[in-house]
Structure formats: structure tokens, C-alpha cells
Design a protein around this ligand. Structure first.
Ligand code: NAP
Length: 211
């Protein structure tokens, strides 16, 4: 599949590109700086230059699926969180539909459905994630929403806990590499479609997520 990876230069995004390639897909890395573009191309990886804060429709040509793993990061103000994590994600969903792309995976966060109860410091962040999740659920896209726990840069474990949103699970950590492996594995798995899944570390092998 030709997969547009939005946020491809990020901590999770880079792992997603690697995982997709390993599984025989053709990731198209969307990056926002010339230096990132040449860095990706140097490795023989396909990349396109576009910014979620500008018109980015041109990168939706000949794409089979979209993985959205972008985020404004914790060092920006609430305004950027709304612009990137919420409106950027929604614009990507809108463009996917416009270009008849069916499959869309969104990297969201645990707690996105509980923004009202969250501490003031992260309320806006979780609300932005919630709005993006809701837009995707109401769309015509064959979606998978991954609500990940705290992301770490620890070594990949190859095992996780993946639970439907209805199941109450403790918020916990998960490695960025494992998140990418799960998203890559679920891309073509119909059992993951139209689902909101919570992801933390755990004991289920990523090679057999629906055991
Ligand atoms: P990250 O390393 O900060 O990567 C985010 C990526 O988004 C970066 O590559 C960044 O580009 C890109 N981006 C930001 N603004 C953009 C714009 N205007 N146009 C295009 N790209 C833009 O984040 P991460 O650690 O991989 O996390 C990925 C996602 O998981 C985020 O949405 C985050 O909110 C979510 N998440 C995080 C946690 C956590 O514990 N931290 C938990 C659950 C979910 P540059 O490389 O150019 O900066």
C-alpha cells in the first residue's frame, strides 16, 4: 500500500516509516523542512514536503491509506495544539475523503475521552485529541484510532496490551517503536477497522494482536 505518513519525522513517525517498509508497503513521509526531505531521500525513502499549517492537499495524490502521527509537541502553546493535533488532523481526514482514500489510522492519546476531568495543564491537549477522534469516528473513513499511553524511547519489546475503548485499563507507558509496529500491523487488518483501541505495554505479541 502507498501510505502517507503525516508526522513522519517524529519519534513515532520515523519508526512507522521503517516498519511499513519492512512489511512491503510504500510509505510516503510527509515532512515540513527541506533538511528533513533530503535526510529521508538520502536513505532511499520517499518523502514529500508539506506543512499542516498550509495547504497540503497536493500530497494526497495516489495514496491508499493515511497514518496521522503528527503533533505540536509539549513545548508549544495551546494554540498550536489546536492547529496541529485537532485542526491539522481533521483537515487530513477531510482531504482523505475528498481523494477517496478509505483507510485512516490516527495516533491519539489515552485520556482523550476524559478531557473534562484532566488537570488544567493537559485539558486542551486531550480535548484536541478528543475532537480529532470524534471527527474521524463520524467520517466515512475506515478508521483505527490508537489511544497510546505515555510514549517512551525504550527498546522495542514486541509485546503490548491492546484493548477496546470500553475496557477500563490503567494508563501506562508504551515504547514509540512498539506503537509504530502496532500501527503498521493493523494497517491491513480488517479486525482493527472502525475501532478505538487503547495501547500500553503488555504481554500480547504484536504478531498476534487479536489472539
Ligand atoms: P513528535 O516526535 O513531536 O513528532 C511529531 C511530528 O509532527 C514531528 O515530526 C513534527 O515535525 C510534526 N509536525 C508538527 N507540526 C507540524 C506541521 N505544522 N506540519 C507537519 N508536521 C508537523 O511526537 P511523537 O512523540 O512521535 O508523538 C506522536 C503523536 O503521539 C503526537 O500526536 C502525540 O501527541 C501523541 N501522543 C503522545 C504521547 C506522549 O506520551 N508523549 C502519548 C500518546 C500520544 P518536526 O519534526 O518538523 O518538528
Amino acid at each position: 500500500m502507498r501510505v502517507l505518513v503525516i508526522g513522519a519525522n517524529g519519534g513515532v513517525g520515523r519508526h512507522i516509516v521503517t516498519k511499513l517498509r519492512a512489511e512491503g508497503h510504500e510509505p510516503i513521509a510527509m515532512v515540513r523542512k527541506e533538511s528533513q526531505l533530503s535526510d529521508f531521500e538520502k536513505n532511499g525513502w520517499k518523502a514529500v514536503l508539506a506543512d499542516l499549517e498550509s495547504d497540503f492537499e497536493s500530497v494526497f495524490n495516489q495514496i491508499d491509506a493515511v497514518i496521522f502521527a503528527a503533533g505540536s509537541g509539549s513545548n508549544t502553546g495551546a494554540d498550536k495544539t489546536i492547529i496541529i493535533d485537532q485542526e491539522g488532523a481533521i483537515a487530513a481526514m477531510h482531504l482523505a475523503q475528498k481523494h477517496s482514500i478509505k483507510r485512516f489510522l490516527l495516533l491519539s492519546s489515552m485520556g482523550a475521552d476524559q478531557s473534562k476531568e484532566a488537570p488544567d495543564s493537559i485539558k486542551h491537549y486531550l480535548y484536541a485529541k478528543h475532537r480529532a477522534d470524534e471527527y474521524l469516528k463520524q467520517s466515512r473513513l475506515a478508521y483505527t484510532i490508537i489511544r497510546a499511553g505515555y510514549l517512551t524511547n525504550e527498546e522495542e519489546k514486541g509485546t503490548v496490551t491492546l484493548q477496546d475503548e470500553e475496557n477500563e485499563i490503567e494508563i501506562d507507558s508504551v515504547t514509540r517503536s512498539d506503537v509504530a509496529a502496532v500501527m503498521s500491523a493493523l494497517l491491513t487488518d480488517e479486525r482493527a477497522q472502525y475501532k478505538v483501541l487503547q495501547l500500553t505495554n503488555g504481554k500480547t505479541p504484536i504478531s498476534n494482536l487479536f489472539q
